[in-house]
Write a protein that binds this ligand. Structure first.
Ligand SMILES: NC(=O)c1ccc[n+]([C@@H]2O[C@H](COP(=O)([O-])OP(=O)(O)OC[C@H]3O[C@@H](n4cnc5c(N)ncnc54)[C@H](OP(=O)(O)O)[C@@H]3O)[C@@H](O)[C@H]2O)c1
Length: 275
């Protein structure tokens, strides 16, 4: 795989879910490098705060208040950058989660996760791909999809979320091959549990397979990997790497290792909801 270094300076592009967490942290990284960004999310206040923080770091940012799952949202995002001469960054970051037994998960929550975590980034990528291709001539364009470590090791009580995250990961792999040679750099991030607002309603720890890392450490890894030209960016803590490997060679051994803790795990994650 081509591992040419990527220049992250002066990028012009879109970051979804930029009002907090991983999206905000990535906005600050691109802002610090002189980026001009469109920050998208539902809450004006947090987006405006991120825009101010981006400006303080030396970048510039517009905001677009939008529920990305609503009809026409993707078209409105594309329209907001239609006049930009360069769009060489798209970060599909906005995402939500609802944990719990599948049969106790409401259909509305199933649809919400699939809509935001899978359908939205696919449609947004489709809408922006012509601009990303056009803007790739010089230094290449970047398409960054935020998947999850759960795409590598499916965890109980997260079947729908896992489906969306492995879906977006496979979307990226397939598209990376489709756009080969175009200059569009398709990268997928697999964050393990990361200390953000998304995780406040979940209390599973390392003993249940959910060791957390700080947002700062995860973002440091993501930026370093992107700069190094990586396509598959795994920010899992060391403790998860062996499980990820075992899941490739002997997945039933992973089932067996999780089974004794199933009850404790259900208890720790049953209120996990960020929808
Ligand atoms: N934290 C983790 O442990 C972890 C691990 C693996 C993967 N991830 C993934 O990383 C990404 C970011 O997660 P995070 O931890 O930073 O989550 P977070 O703190 O909950 O932030 C999610 C962001 O998405 C935005 N958002 C939610 N629903 C939206 C909608 N319908 N339309 C537009 N924007 C919406 C939110 O902003 P508004 O409220 O303003 O809309 C918020 O800025 C997600 O895709 C998540 O699945 C996180």
């Amino acid at each position: 795989m081509d591992r040419a270094n990527l220049d992250l300076t002066d990028r012009n592009g879109i970051i979804t879910g930029a009002g907090q967490g991983i999206g905000r942290a990535l906005a600050l990284e691109f802002g610090r490098r002189g980026g001009h960004l469109l920050l998208v999310g539902r809450q004006e206040q947090t987006l405006s705060e991120t825009a101010r923080m981006v400006a303080a770091e030396g970048g510039t940012a517009d905001i677009l208040v939008e529920d990305l799952t609503r009809d026409g949202a993707v078209e409105r995002v594309a329209a907001a950058v239609a006049s930009w001469s360069v769009v060489d960054l798209l970060v599909n970051n906005a995402g939500n989660v609802r944990a719990g037994r599948l049969e106790l998960t409401s259909n509305a929550d199933v649809h919400s996760m699939i809509d935001l975590n899978l359908t939205t980034p696919i449609l947004l990528t489709k809408a922006l791909l012509p601009a990303l291709r056009r803007s790739a001539a010089d230094r290449g364009s970047i398409l960054l999809n935020i998947a999850s470590g759960i795409a590598l090791v499916g965890m109980p009580f997260y079947s729908v979320y896992a489906a969306t995250k492995s879906g977006i990961a496979q979307f990226g792999e397939s598209l990376r091959r489709e756009v080969f040679g175009s200059g569009v750099h398709v990268a997928t991030v697999y964050p393990g549990a990361t200390d953000t607002a998304m995780m406040t309603s979940q209390s599973a720890g390392a003993e249940l397979g959910w060791e957390r890392r700080s947002l700062e450490d995860v973002i440091t890894d993501v930026i370093a990997a992107l700069e190094a030209g990586e396509h598959e960016i795994n920010t899992a803590p060391e403790s998860r790497r062996a499980v990820q490997q075992l899941n490739i060679t002997d997945p039933l051994a992973v089932d067996a290792s999780i089974a004794p803790n199933l009850e404790a795990l259900e208890l720790a994650v049953r209120d996990h909801r960020s929808i």
